[in-house]
Design a protein around this ligand. Structure first.
Ligand SMILES: C[S@@+](CC[C@H](N)C(=O)[O-])C[C@H]1O[C@@H](n2cnc3c(N)ncnc32)[C@H](O)[C@@H]1O
Length: 255
């Protein structure tokens, strides 16, 4: 059997009883931390809570050597853990599909995710368009996809959840400040007038902790803020319902 479970957003207390119960049954537990991490805990604390050793796999192992994980699941109960929800903004559906095709039983256990964390902002999930990811620009690689997604969403009045790049092997996590700068740089290069330094957006840092940081304000002010430890996300706001406006005023820090 293959049990694909989420670790939740912030610390080991996000683990569900279902995951804990299934961990007891598992012969071996694997995890990956390249799609997201939990910054409020350590691997040791997670292992202590699960009562088992966790074998951490890198991207190469998960994406190119999936066979091994699937083969092991034929004979044993294998648990595969991911920060957040195992199926949200990951490519792990591949693993579930391949395992199922081979006749292996697959159980998926959901967990708190950056998607469900939208709840803490008071914004309505119905009012979100497509999600996008902002990646670290490189000399010959400066994708404008996030800008195009934001543009399409804004044309329909929808909000955009912008996930930020992670280079876990280098312990490098894009900050909301860097993400906002990338968007302004694209804007400047394209000479368009979609976003400006005066556009008001929302930054969400460390969702899932009991004291997440939610900051609402103009890009020019947010870009100078210190949002603290990762992980961060940015929400570009479409047309706000009056209840969303009130929620941002009351639930978020306004700068
Ligand atoms: C590739 S997505 C993976 C999402 C994960 N599977 C989930 O369900 O939450 C990772 C990105 O989501 C955002 N994110 C994840 N956890 C977060 C948190 N606790 N607070 C703010 N943003 C978070 C960050 O932008 C991060 O780089």
């Amino acid at each position: 059997m293959l049990i694909m479970a989420g670790l939740g957003l912030y610390d080991e207390k996000d683990l569900t009883l279902k995951t804990l119960e299934n961990a007891k049954k598992a012969d071996k537990i694997y995890a990956e931390f390249y799609t997201a991490i939990l910054t409020g805990t350590t691997l040791e604390k997670i292992e202590e809570t699960l009562g088992k050793k966790v074998n951490v796999l890198d991207r190469e192992k998960v994406e190119y050597e999936t066979e091994q994980l699937i083969e092991e699941s034929k004979e044993k109960n294998i648990m595969f853990l991911t920060a957040g929800d195992p199926m949200v903004a990951t490519t792990h559906v591949d693993i579930a599909v391949e395992a199922k095709k081979k006749g292996i039983e697959v159980i998926i256990i959901n967990a708190p995710s950056i998607y469900s964390a939208i709840g803490i902002t008071g914004l309505q999930i119905y009012k979100f368009g497509k999600t996008t990811s902002i990646v670290f620009p490189e000399p010959n690689y400066f994708p404008e996809t996030p800008y195009n997604v934001i543009k399409d969403n804004l044309s329909l009045g929808y909000h955009t959840l912008c996930l930020l790049d992670i280079h876990a092997h280098e312990n490098k996590f894009m900050t909301a400040n860097e993400g906002l700068q990338v968007l302004l740089d694209i804007e400047k290069r394209r000479e368009e007038k979609l976003l400006s330094e005066d556009t008001k957006v929302l930054v969400v840092a460390r969702a899932g902790s009991l004291k997440p940081k939610l900051v609402y304000g103009k890009i020019k002010d947010l870009i100078k803020q210190d949002f603290g430890a990762p992980l961060h996300s940015i929400i570009i706001l479409g047309n706000l319902h009056f209840m969303e406006e009130e929620a941002l005023e009351i639930l978020a820090e306004n700068v």
